[in-house]
Write a protein that binds this ligand. Structure first.
Ligand code: FES
Length: 98
């Protein structure tokens, strides 16, 4: 199974393909905001994908529109609730502690 590494803690967990990064990060015991519970409406689950971006599910229009409204977005930004794990390893960086 592919591995998800979560910075800045450095924790690594196995994640099945198709699972959202948000669900995987929460299951790993890491704190991440998710105010709209995964509907791409709040933007609070914004993360940076450091490695493995291409293995994730493609960015959808609602995700892109929400990212456009967030300060601090970069080319590595994703909404954790919208990005689904692929077949390869991924490293993400959380923005803040909740
Ligand atoms: S939980 Fe609200 S956008 Fe991801």
């Amino acid at each position: 199974m592919p591995m998800l590494t979560i910075q800045p803690s450095g924790k690594s967990v196995e994640v099945e393909a198709g699972k959202s990064l948000l669900a995987a990060i929460l299951a790993a015991g890491e704190a991440i905001a998710h105010k709209c519970e995964g509907k791409a409406e709040c933007g609070s689950c914004h993360i940076y994908v450091k490695e493995g971006r291409k293995t994730l599910s493609k960015t959808t229009r609602p995700e892109n529109e929400k990212l456009d409204s967030i300060v601090g977005v970069s080319s590595s930004s994703r909404l954790a609730c919208q990005a689904m794990m692929g077949a390869e390893d991924v490293t993400v960086e959380l923005l803040s502690f909740v």
